[in-house]
Design a protein around this ligand. Structure first.
Ligand code: BDR
Ligand code: CA
Length: 318
């Protein structure tokens, strides 16, 4: 039976691939998707979400969520990484869909689901913190929250030396989520930076030449140049958000340790840092499965194969 998931996202180049991966994976049923500000403003992430859903023929409810972090006014998107429009300038047709308010939509989807729900949060977790705050009883029914965010040991930060972007953007929301008590899987930079995907891996997809191939080639090109140029990794980039989607339905694609995690939200130098209690010094009970290693080969093959299949299906449908 497929796993019921809700995707909370800030599309976002790697978010777009992650949504494609979910749409292409029979192991999951997407109940709905909600947009949040992060990689760029909500005025782009919400329409991007609708346009991506249209492209994929995903007829699921969509939500328009938080326009800014809970309290913070000093964190802003880095327009270089995903472009001002969030998709590196890649133009998809406008969508006619109406987006519902995200927080009540999250509650409705969880309440109406016939099985436990996993939320896969691949942007800042502002919507999740608002949902927990406004609908705590419903939020307790969530089976698990899989996040792309944070760093534990090898790579702590990409937004600052110690903070990963999604957590950095709204650390107060992240702190509230870790404190809430629903089991969390943290797919952080330790693993996403080990699972790099380059054009050599996606050659089969690109040769397929359909709408997914065209879009993925264009947007990952922008992403690579903006975020990863000058490294020694050829053109390989971290598809952070796709790894979180994969881990939601293939948990053993990553190796995790069950640990206590809290988020620094007052630090002068370390705001947005996920502080992982490896040695049990706080005495707090573990609240998170922290991913520390990944089966890179399996992940890269999964992503490439699923996107290639999706491309073929959409070409046939056209
Ligand atoms: C995360 O931040 C964004 O740039 C990506 O979409 C991903 O969710 C990586 O730090
Ligand atoms: Ca994202």
């Amino acid at each position: 039976m497929p796993k019921n998931i809700i995707i909370d996202t800030d599309p976002g180049i790697d978010d777009a691939l992650a949504i494609m991966l979910a749409a292409a994976s029979p192991e999951v049923r997407i109940l709905g998707m909600t947009a949040v500000a992060g990689n760029t403003g909500l005025e782009h992430t919400a329409p991007n979400l609708a346009k991506i859903a249209d492209l994929l023929g995903l007829d699921v409810p969509l939500g328009r969520g938080a326009i800014r972090p809970l309290w913070r006014r000093d964190t802003v998107p880095d327009a270089n990484v995903h472009g001002a429009d969030g998709l590196g300038g890649y133009a998809l047709p406008d969508s006619q869909r109406t987006l519902e308010p995200a927080v009540p939509l999250l509650a409705r989807l969880v309440e109406e689901s016939d099985q436990p729900v996993t939320i896969v949060a691949i942007g800042p977790v502002t919507n999740i913190a608002l949902f927990i705050n406004e609908y705590p009883e419903t939020a307790r029914k969530v089976e698990r929250i899989v996040i792309m965010g944070g760093g534990a040991r090898d790579v702590l930060g990409n937004a600052t030396p110690t903070a990963e972007f999604n957590i950095y953007y709204d650390p107060d929301a992240a702190a509230a989520m870790f404190d809430f008590g629903v089991p969390i899987t943290m797919i952080g930079l330790d693993v996403t930076h080990k699972a790099l995907v380059g054009s050599a891996h996606l050659a089969g997809l690109y040769a397929s030449g359909g709408p997914i191939a065209t879009m993925v080639e264009a947007i990952t090109g922008h992403y690579g140049e903006a975020a990863y140029s000058g490294n020694d990794l050829d053109d390989a980039v971290a598809q952070h958000d796709s790894l979180a989607i994969a881990a939601a339905f293939l948990p053993d694609i990553v190796t995790t340790e069950h640990l206590f995690v809290d988020v620094e939200n007052v630090g002068r130098l370390t705001s947005g840092m996920t502080v992982v209690d490896f040695a049990g010094r706080t005495g707090n009970a573990p609240n998170c499965d922290v991913a520390l290693d990944v089966d890179t080969e399996r992940f890269v093959t999964l992503l490439a194969d699923r996107l290639t299949q999706l491309d073929a299906t959409l070409k046939e449908r056209a």
